[in-house]
Design a protein around this ligand. Structure first.
Ligand SMILES: Nc1ncnc2c1ncn2[C@@H]1O[C@H](COP(=O)(O)OP(=O)(O)O)[C@@H](O)[C@H]1O
Ligand SMILES: CC(=O)N[C@@H](CCC(=O)OP(=O)(O)O)C(=O)O
Length: 263
């Protein structure tokens, strides 16, 4: 089985053009098949504000009414995606920018309304990734760059958390490739003390995760990230790493970095 890296970059990396460029250069140097997934929630919030649309987040997910859906479609599928693709071309990666609707690569279902109506937010079912289609792109030498958008197959675009997209792609492709899922963000990994970069936790298993949650050491955006990461491990993804975008180059050198998840 060939290897595949699925790498997600977080909003704080996208927002800082120097770290984004360092990351894209390191990404280009990584050998073998790879897929990039990006969010951009911060940029969507900022643009929404200038248009008079206030961001509402619940449990790390954006309440996406029709106006917000228009903004995120423009920001994730357009502005951010196309700029990343253009920068990757400059570094020599033949990137192709995609949403889940392109090639029917990722289908989702509008999140059902329970206590909260999230609006046009998509949840991805286990068998909703078109692994063969994505594999055809990889075999043709393209590097797919996915934004945080999916579709429902009925003509409706849906906003979908980028961490969830990365995890769903990793699970969907793990039957075809030896898949490593890497979440890159602006910290060294999961930290014991969020303000101390030297307090990196090198490995976490589900029991330790429960302890860290109960102790309040892991919170906010790290919770859905780790939930997605453990799901991926449970469904056959070879390895999951959470680490600093600047440390991606260490992977090519064979050195370890960040927090590694185990089951
Ligand atoms: N123990 C922890 N270690 C590192 N980060 C943590 C921890 N607990 C919570 N966080 C928060 O999680 C955030 C990452 O989640 P999020 O903002 O969703 O990531 P992304 O930038 O990848 O979208 C960090 O910026 C940090 O504020
Ligand atoms: C449904 C939902 O919440 N979608 C996310 C998608 C973007 C994202 O995931 O961006 P980061 O990775 O930068 O946080 C949002 O609109 O914020």
């Amino acid at each position: 089985m060939e290897s595949l890296y699925i790498i997600k970059i977080g909003g704080n990396v996208i927002d800082n053009s120097e770290s984004l460029h360092r990351f894209l250069e390191a990404f280009t140097k990584l050998k073998g098949h790879k897929i990039l997934v990006h969010g951009g929630g911060k940029v969507a919030t900022q643009l929404g504000e200038t248009l008079g649309i206030e961001a509402k987040m619940v449990d790390g997910r954006r309440i996406t009414d029709i106006e917000t859906l228009r903004v995120v479609t423009m920001v994730y599928g357009g502005l951010i995606n196309k700029n990343i693709v253009a920068q990757l071309q400059r570094y020599g990666t033949n990137a192709i920018g995609l949403t889940g609707a392109d090639g029917n690569f990722i289908k989702a279902r509008k999140r059902p309304v329970k206590t909260i109506d999230y609006g046009f937010v998509g949840d991805i079912d286990d068998d909703s990734v078109n692994a063969k289609g994505i594999s055809a792109l990889l075999d043709a030498g393209f590097t797919p760059v996915f934004s945080a958008l999916t579709h429902d197959g009925e003509g409706q675009m849906l906003n979908t958390n980028a961490d969830t997209i990365a995890s769903a792609l990793a699970v969907g492709l793990s039957g075809l490739y030896k898949t490593t899922l890497i979440y890159c963000f602006e910290k060294k990994g999961v930290l014991k003390d969020i303000d101390d970069e030297d307090s990196l936790i090198r490995e976490i298993n589900p029991e330790r995760y429960d302890e860290l949650k109960t102790a309040g050491i892991i919170h906010s955006g790290m919770l859905p990230k780790l939930d997605n990461a453990f799901k991926a491990i449970g469904f056959g993804v070879q390895a999951v790493i959470i680490g600093h975008a600047d440390d991606l180059g260490k992977l090519g050198d064979g050195a370890s970095f960040g927090t590694r998840l185990s089951n």
